[in-house]
Design a binder for this molecule. Structure first.
Ligand SMILES: C[S@@+](CC[C@H](N)C(=O)[O-])C[C@H]1O[C@@H](n2cnc3c(N)ncnc32)[C@H](O)[C@@H]1O
Length: 280
């Protein structure tokens, strides 16, 4: 597996490249993932005047929702990718949130003092970190004793048709190398207790997991395919290496499989996420 710095560099480049897609599809992503953000916020028990850190914020969630709930507090959004955070920044402006600060930085080297935050969140970031244990020790360092950390990761693939449909269509056409077990990827943290065990090892207590299920709602198979090709790096990476006819077959198969999830004229593609909360 590549070294930590190399993984971080690859991640930064990938998210910078896909940031325009994430900003374009932000309304769909915000709607899809709102129940996950709500569960994280519920578990954090925020104080209105607290100081909160959101890591791997991307285009801003759940940090911006947290900022809206802490009018007398302060929320710092951080991410490796400046372009993803530019999306968060323009949303903070539109929402007139004055208590938001934005810092471009990796999770392994947070530019903050020890114990400087009352709470920490990280939604769908852990599976991309080069060294999850190292990241957790950095998050624990900046969290004050008694403060809570809440995170969310994707649960097992069989509950996540929104992500597995294209990969199924791809594997019918292309022989894919098995991913290295600890390489960054959507389902790296999917095993029950995997994140919880790391949080316990880091000395955190009252560690609790909760499952959140929901769906990605899109108007049509064509919209679903367009979204996939604008936000999903692994799909785009495979498509870049196949000829036009193969790409068209993968597209048609993905759209056809998606029709099984049609309800009331729209596609409703299920997801299964796992939230984990712990106290320092
Ligand atoms: C799926 S997005 C999640 C964005 C947002 N939290 C959400 O739930 O909508 C993952 C984010 O993790 C960031 N990321 C990946 N590796 C990182 C690292 N080592 N340190 C900080 N952020 C990282 C990426 O730049 C990307 O914005």
């Amino acid at each position: 597996m590549p070294e930590a710095r190399e993984i971080e560099k690859q991640q930064r480049e990938t998210w910078e490249r896909f940031s325009a897609g994430w900003i374009k599809w932000d309304p769909q992503v915000v709607e899809m993932l709102a129940p996950v953000g709500q569960e994280m916020i519920r578990s954090l028990v925020l104080a209105e005047d607290g100081v909160h850190l959101d890591v791997a914020s991307g285009t801003g969630e759940p940090g911006l929702s947290i900022a809206a709930q802490m009018p007398r507090g302060r929320v710092v959004l951080t991410d490796l990718s400046e372009a993803m955070l530019a999306g968060a920044s323009s949303k903070a402006e539109k929402l007139a949130l004055r208590n938001v600060e934005i810092r471009v930085c990796g999770v392994d080297d947070l530019p903050f003092n020890d114990a400087s935050f009352d709470s920490v969140s990280c939604r769908f970031g852990f599976m991309f970190f080069p060294d999850i244990r190292g990241a957790v020790s950095e998050l624990v360092r900046v969290l004050r004793p008694g403060g809570r950390i809440s995170t969310a990761v994707w649960a097992q693939p069989d509950g996540n048709a929104w992500a597995t449909l294209p990969m199924g269509a791809i594997s019918a056409e292309v022989e894919l190398a098995a991913p290295e077990p600890d390489a960054p990827g959507l389902f790296r943290c999917a095993a029950p207790d995997s994140v919880a065990a790391i949080l316990r090892e880091a000395g955190l207590h009252d560690v609790a997991e909760s499952d959140v299920r929901g769906s990605l709602e899109v108007d049509s198979g064509d919209d679903y395919w367009t979204m996939l090709t604008e936000v999903t790096a692994p799909v785009v990476a495979v498509l870049a290496g196949v000829d036009h006819a193969t790409k068209e077959r993968i597209r048609a198969a993905t759209i056809e499989k998606a029709q099984a999830f049609k309800t009331n004229g729209r596609l409703s593609l299920p997801f299964h996420a796992r939230c984990v909360v712990a106290t320092r």
